[in-house]
Design a protein around this ligand. Sequence first.
Ligand code: PMP
Length: 393
Amino acid sequence: MISTRNSYVSKMVNDLQPSGIRKFFDLAASMEGVISLGVGEPDFVTPWHVREEAIRSLELGYTAYTPNAGLLELRQEITHYMNQRFGVRYDAHNEVIVTVGASSAIDIAMRTILDPGEEVIVVEPCFVSYVPMVTLAGGKAVTVQALKENDFKITAEQLEDVTTPRTKAIMLCSPNNPTGTMLNKSELQAIAQYAIKHDVLVIADEIYAELAYDEEYTSMAAIDGMQERTILVSGFSKGFAMTGWRLGFVCAPEPIAEAMLKIFQYQLMCASTMSQYAAIEALRNGRPEVDEMVKSYRRRRNYIVQSFNDMGLTCHNPGGAFYAFPSIASTGLTSQQFAEQLLQQEKVAVVPGDVFGTSGEGHIRCSYAASFEQLQESIKRIGHFVESLKQSV
Ligand code: PMP
């Protein structure tokens, strides 16, 4: 039978743009000798004792599903960790869900809270998944721009300006991907006041919480009056160097967590069993390696930020995550042009800032989760490229 449809794909999905990051990296992958500062993942391998626990779980034959919310033992470790590390208290029995990466936590959060047409304020520049996840959940993403002039920190006034009676939540990420900006306690308090005043939820993506270089990390849920209106998303990918294990978690007030679990059980059932055993070990005994990785990222951060500033690409000091976000405005190129020409001429892959939102334009995202030698070589190449642009004017 010949189909009379134009496409089997829904209009909503048809309208979805593929991630600007992927497109770029397919190109980089087809070239030889490219140094990539593009991908947002640690260059460290998961510590051996953590991997060993996954192997041990397989040897013991733990190959079945776990409870939908995850192994109770892991949830207990998570609540212990959240308390020790960030001073927040959650109940392992009904306020924590172990998810398939922070990604699935954000997805179920959106689908749990949104009725059709309800709005989520998404602070840009931001991780490329937020807007599509709001859209796919039937909501409307209202973007608001954190500005370079304010170190990419959003203000409560800016949030006020885009608030409507349909505003259900704000999506916040600190330390931020792509800017590395980390909000301190008083900045979080200002946002908290706004959220309480307007009775909106905060979805706090705290996946980079371990990677804070200059100040103690403050969780949104630790701010007075916020735990009851925060959906705290986190995971093992970044701080524990476990991207491929696909393991995250979400902490939320019981009624919300219970509702989220309904979606998760139909959608994914549970996270990978062996990954969950590995995560228990990471939380129990992984602290020394996390501290070592943080030390190493801090050194690289200092080096790369200084180097960008030295070559005239102004770069604010990112307090966390593993991204530098220098301005390329002085070159006169758009971020897409800069990234494309840099790749073609010097074989360094970076991400054009515009893929993260309007205020990302005029910047490039460089991940410094690469070896020090690679960073030195790419800085040399980027410096060369910037010089060649000056000569061609
Ligand atoms: N949030 C942010 C801000 C991220 O940068 C990423 C990964 N790049 C994720 C969530 C997704 O992480 P996970 O691997 O835990 O799904």
